[in-house]
Design a protein around this ligand. Structure first.
Ligand code: SF4
Ligand code: SF4
Length: 369
């Protein structure tokens, strides 16, 4: 007996696949499945998050519909994966947010914070909002640096705590049969596999999207999005160190490290999300969890808006548009952080944890300690 219908269906498919084993070379899901004879809820959530949704095992399967076995591994694991996000959400009371329209929630949060900053600036000095400000400290004419950092920092810290608690619950639930321990070797292997998106390659041929011709398109756009996000995060960290350690105030010149990192990351975050959304709109519905495309799209759109508003601010920071653009950008960043633990962002966390578990299991099977 399993906790949900989709886990019962996942168990049925994994039992069929465990007898067949035709797809064992395609990705990590099938070898991990073969290490088990029976599947707990935690095992099934682990396998669901190990799946990268490349679609290869549907195209290759001799038991896919209209066969009476009705085997559709990518779709079933996609639904199980989405339900696992809510199952491990922290706090539990917010689990329902995964089912709501994330984009509306994100846009309302972004607009509220932008309006708050507008109001804050207007109450102090209305002219500041539309004035032209240049040189170090120009951004803080609108709102003092500490107030701005506190606003975004609170949202960021909340996201980190909520994500860490969810990650812990997931890790505990998928702990058996090898227990809770991991090691540096497994961690490094998982970082490599996640960094390359190794299992999004359909076993070497590419990812299936709208037809039977696999390509690397989804992997490339995924890379642009992920590394774009990482570069933007690095830009923010460097700027924070500049501010507190070197007493250097933003905005920085175009050649300075935070701007270079932010611009490169911003470009990745513009192109990657557009490519992912285009691929998603064309994707064969037989491979996807159609009911939750809103959750995916909301997160991708928020990443795109973060980049768009950030780059617009960079280009127009020496004009009268700087004040309104800064308020909107901070609003979008705040909304991105606050909704992160309840949207598609979590797939990266759970998938990484599943890859760590998989690397560790492989070591144990190979006779490592
Ligand atoms: S997906 Fe189909 S072909 Fe692949 S292992 Fe499962 S039953 Fe066999
Ligand atoms: S969709 Fe791709 S990653 Fe997922 S189980 Fe099938 S082959 Fe593996």
């Amino acid at each position: 007996m399993h906790g949900t219908k989709i886990l019962t269906e996942t168990d049925r498919l994994m039992t069929v696949c465990n007898s067949c084993r035709y797809c064992e070379g395609l990705c990590a899901v099938f070898p991990a499945m073969e290490m088990r004879r029976a599947f707990s809820d935690g095992d099934l959530n682990y396998l669901a998050n190990l799946c990268h949704g490349c679609g290869a095992c549907y195209t290759d399967c001799q038991f896919s519909p209209p066969h009476e076995f009705n085997v559709n591994v990518p779709k079933t694991l996609a639904i199980a994966r989405a339900e696992s996000y809510a199952a491990y959400a922290w706090p539990r009371a917010f689990a329902g947010m995964f089912a709501r329209n994330g984009l509306v929630i994100s846009l309302i949060a972004a607009a509220s914070v932008a309006a708050f900053i507008f109001g804050f600036a207007a109450m102090n000095d209305r002219a500041v909002l539309t004035g032209v400000h240049t040189g170090p400290g120009a951004f803080y004419k609108l709102m003092p640096h500490n107030a701005m950092a506190a606003l975004v920092g609170v949202a960021f810290l909340y996201a980190i705590v909520a994500l860490a608690m969810s990650m812990r619950a997931f890790w505990r639930d998928i702990g058996e049969p090898i227990g809770m321990r991991t090691n540096a070797k497994a961690l490094l292997q998982a970082i490599r596999d996640a960094g390359e998106l190794r299992y999004l390659d359909g076993g070497g041929v590419g990812c299936f999207n709208e037809d039977d011709h696999p390509t690397d398109r989804r992997r490339i756009f995924h890379h642009l999005t992920f590394y774009g996000f990482a570069l933007c995060f690095a830009a923010t960290c460097v700027a924070t160190l500049y501010h507190y350690l070197l007493a250097r105030e933003a905005p920085y010149p175009w050649w300075d490290l935070p701007v270079v990192l932010g611009t490169l990351g911003g470009l990745g975050l513009l192109i990657g999300p557009i490519g992912l959304l285009a691929a998603k709109s064309k994707r064969d519905p037989v491979l996807t969890d159609e009911e939750r495309t809103g959750m995916d799209a909301a997160f991708i759109l928020m990443l795109f808006l973060t980049s768009l508003t950030g780059l617009a601010l960079l280009l127009l920071r020496e004009t009268a548009a700087m004040g309104p653009l800064l308020a909107i950008h901070i609003g979008v960043v705040f909304a991105l952080f606050i909704t992160m633990p309840y949207g598609k962002f979590v797939h990266g966390i759970y998938r990484f944890v599943a890859l760590v578990r998989y690397a560790r299991e492989r070591q144990v099977m190979a006779g490592g300690e």
